[in-house]
Design a protein around this ligand. Structure first.
Ligand code: FES
Length: 117
């Protein structure tokens, strides 16, 4: 069933491109992001498996300059956009937490039900 959170319109998401979102109320909402990569859409928790930091320092900036890899701004971990696996840096083989994502009527939605660290 899921609890689907609308993040943005698909038309607002460049390819490659990313959009941040948060889920939950209070002082510590869970941070996540959606990406568009080679005409596909993926969603991840914004938490690096190396030291638990958010990946980005600048809003909605997750890709490297070439738009090929996702980067962690803290210590330089490099992730495959398709499966969130770290391919270089301090946590090789570790993965970003992938979240269920869908596109419905032009909207990018993420299932945030049961999501927690
Ligand atoms: S927290 Fe991401 S590389 Fe260290």
């Amino acid at each position: 069933m899921g609890r689907w959170l609308t993040v943005c319109a698909l038309s607002e998401l460049e390819d490659p491109g990313a959009r941040e979102f948060t889920s939950g109320e209070g002082d510590w909402p869970l941070p996540g992001f959606v990406i568009r990569h080679r005409q596909r859409v993926f969603a991840y928790a914004n938490r690096c498996p190396h030291a638990g930091h958010r990946l980005n320092w600048r809003p909605d900036r997750f890709f490297d300059r070439d738009g090929r890899w996702l980067l962690c701004a803290s210590h330089g971990a490099v992730f495959d956009p398709v499966d969130g696996r770290c391919v270089a840096g301090p946590c090789p083989g570790a993965r970003l937490l992938a979240l269920p994502v869908r596109c419905t009527e032009g909207q990018v939605e993420v299932d945030v039900e049961g999501w927690g660290w």
